[in-house]
Ligand binder design. Structure first.
Ligand code: S3P
Length: 171
């Protein structure tokens, strides 16, 4: 039988890439991060892509990358925080494997993303906490729909989170 992918979803700053990398190492699997693939494909950073071509173009590229990553098997995949906005992404990811939603409180998120300079949807915002709360509210249903499992990452170290995910994934 083909090996289902392990897919990490969740808001910015919830540790998807760090935890994903750890899970991949522990499971001896290939790690794939959708934002990294977008950057490699386009030859520029996600932040620059937003500035030069806008969010709609970024979302279109993100959809193509997620379709490609979901088509493989036996992978650990980390997605960008906004991937669940698009029902096509949700369907592809769910079909490809087991999806875990990494959750965190807005104050933990802000502590992790700092001034958000590499996050175009937060950069330059004078009230980032309010913006994060608003975006979380808008995306909550998408994360719920897209996830087979959820983990609250507040006060947990990446290694602990990875161990917990793997325990559930291998059940
Ligand atoms: C985004 C999150 C980012 C990146 C882009 C848009 C979002 O990924 O895909 O800036 O819409 O929440 P991370 O969740 O890895 O920061």
């Amino acid at each position: 039988m083909k090996e289902r992918n392990l897919v990490l979803i969740g808001f910015m700053g919830t540790g998807k890439s760090t935890v994903g990398r750890l899970c991949a190492r522990k499971l001896h699997r290939e790690f794939m991060d959708s934002d990294e693939h977008i950057e490699r494909r386009e030859g520029c950073s996600v932040a620059d892509l937003f500035v030069s071509r806008g969010e709609a173009v970024f979302r279109e590229i993100e959809r193509n990358v997620i379709r490609d990553l979901s088509a493989g098997t036996g992978r650990v995949i980390a997605t960008g925080g906004g991937a669940v906005i698009d029902p096509e992404n949700v369907a592809a990811l769910r079909k490809s494997g087991w999806t875990v939603w990494l959750r965190a409180m807005p104050d933990a998120i802000i502590a992790r993303v700092g001034n958000g300079q590499s996050r175009p949807l937060l950069a330059g915002n004078s009230q980032p906490l309010l913006r994060i709360e608003e975006m979380l509210r808008q995306r909550m249903a998408g994360y719920e729909q897209a996830s087979d499992h959820q983990i609250n990452t507040d006060r947990m170290m990446p290694d602990e989170i990875a161990e917990k995910i793997i325990r559930e994934f291998l059940k």
